[in-house]
Design a protein. Structure first.
Length: 130
């Protein structure tokens, strides 16, 4: 049986974008509970990086006619996702989150990174604009 490809009309149709968006919203909800003294450090950094995963992916999606620009934005998006994992480690060490939540979010961001790397490897198939 032949695998049916999912139609991608815009960036929001990408599974990786939807996962990154959901994770960014989870980071937003989670950081609401962080101490006030973290507002301009950990909270702000986590929110900015999590949103940057989506925004860089969106920018790259609309630069697909330029393969190098597309790949660059995918790389930026993956870098932001890896930054989140570091901030999650600090959140765990500061006891703002528990090990289960750390594990869940880290796994999701590792999946995002993996999907972005796959997109980089298969950039030619994404850069064929109808």
């Amino acid at each position: 049986m032949k695998e049916q490809k999912e139609f991608v009309g815009n960036v929001r149709d990408l599974h990786v974008y939807r996962l990154a968006f959901d994770c960014a919203m989870e980071i937003f909800r989670l950081t609401k509970q962080f101490p006030k003294e973290e507002k301009y450090s950990l909270t702000d950094q986590m929110r900015r990086a999590s949103r940057s995963v989506c925004s860089n992916l969106a920018e790259g999606w609309y630069k697909r006619k330029y393969k190098a620009a597309f790949i660059n934005k995918l790389t930026d998006s993956a870098e932001e996702a890896s930054e989140i994992i570091t901030w999650l480690e600090f959140s765990l060490a500061c006891e703002y989150i528990d090990k289960d939540l750390f594990g869940t979010l880290t796994l999701q961001y590792e999946q995002i990174i993996g999907q972005l790397i796959t997109m980089e490897i298969k950039a030619d198939s994404f850069c064929k604009i109808p």
